[in-house]
Design a binder for this molecule. Structure first.
Ligand code: GDP
Length: 305
């Protein structure tokens, strides 16, 4: 998709958070005064958007400074400075997916059920297939028969290969077969879907760790990515999940889905700030094009302009 299309999708997807933040900013600029009431309103706004306490303080600092230095402030000028601050809080550039020195690159996708793991695999797989790559999906959520079926449907639609076993099979055995098939077929990327039943979290983490160990036996350095998919609409829960999965598995990247469904899109900023794990993709809708690489400068623009 052309850059303009991507940016407009991003803007539409982030509209709820955008409106939450910019409405009080417009009121501030038109009111032409930064008094305590105006600052209190903005503080509440940034916190409600899940920006986190530190980022909120820094953004308020920018607003105060801008008024002190410049007196009467234009909206464009204020937004420019806030964007620069936000980008500084994140990192300048997008974090690309890790790539194995020799194919296949193995991408392990983890997360609680319903966060968007399977659709993220489908969307990422489609991006790679469109890019001329050969992709293989591995159905390691053997706990739910429906999950295997779902991934099979996606593999078919996307044009990816599929490795699956019976419902109830050992997930690590599926991962092992997928790694072997990936090597034998000269696949560029092996994407591994996992279970996400959090009520048995100890077992789940042990199961995924076993998958990680099994992959490494077959392919050195695999998995090259352990990506955690988080539902952005779940706010503080998403932060807890990030902590839990990172402690157990050592995450290499985050995917935040469903940003289109929330006015709390600032979670992207607070989560990256807290865990220092790069957000690699964000989901702003259900379509294939709605999973986008996370580019901090574009994100800040879509949020504030
Ligand atoms: P899993 O259980 O983690 O594998 O979750 P699924 O991949 O089955 O996704 C659960 C639901 O979330 C599906 O209906 C998806 O279409 C939906 N979903 C995933 N990502 C997004 C997104 O970025 N925006 C919206 N609105 N829905 C999404």
């Amino acid at each position: 998709m052309a850059l303009r299309g991507i940016l407009s999708k991003l803007k539409t997807g982030l509209k709820k958070t955008h409106d939450r933040i910019t409405d009080p900013l417009v009121r501030l600029v038109t009111g032409r005064r930064v008094d305590q009431d105006a600052l209190d309103e903005l503080e509440a706004t940034f916190l409600l958007a899940d920006m986190g306490v530190e980022t909120t303080d820094r953004l308020l600092g920018v607003i105060r400074e801008t008024y002190n230095e410049e007196g009467r402030v234009e909206m464009t000028r204020l937004v420019e400075r806030l964007e620069a601050e936000l980008v500084g809080e994140l990192s300048e550039d997008a974090s690309p997916l890790n790539v194995a020195p020799q194919p296949p690159t193995v991408i392990l996708v983890v997360g609680v059920n319903g966060t968007g793991k399977t659709t993220t695999i489908a969307k990422l797989g489609k991006m790679m297939v469109d890019d001329g790559k050969r992709v293989l999906f591995a159905a390691c959520d053997t706990f739910r028969a429906a999950a295997i079926e779902q991934l099979a449907i996606w593999a078919d639609r996307v044009g990816a290969d599929l490795v699956k076993h019976q419902h109830g099979a050992d997930p690590a055995a599926v991962a092992f077969d997928a790694a072997e098939a990936g090597l034998a077929r000269g696949t560029d990327s092996v994407m591994i879907d996992t279970a996400g039943r959090l009520h048995t979290k100890v077992n789940l983490m042990e199961e995924i760790k076993k998958i990680q160990r099994t992959l490494a036996k077959k392919i050195a350095d695999a998995p090259h990515e352990t990506l955690l998919v988080l539902d952005a609409t779940t706010g503080q829960n998403a932060l807890q999940q990030a902590r839990l999965f990172n402690d157990a598995l050592g995450l290499t990247g985050l995917v935040l889905t469903k940003l289109d469904g929330t006015a709390k899109g600032g979670i992207v900023v607070s989560i990256q700030r807290e865990f220092h794990i790069p957000v690699k993709f964000i989901g702003v809708g259900e379509g294939f094009d709605d999973l986008q690489r996370f580019v901090p400068a574009e994100f800040a623009r879509a949020l504030l302009e």
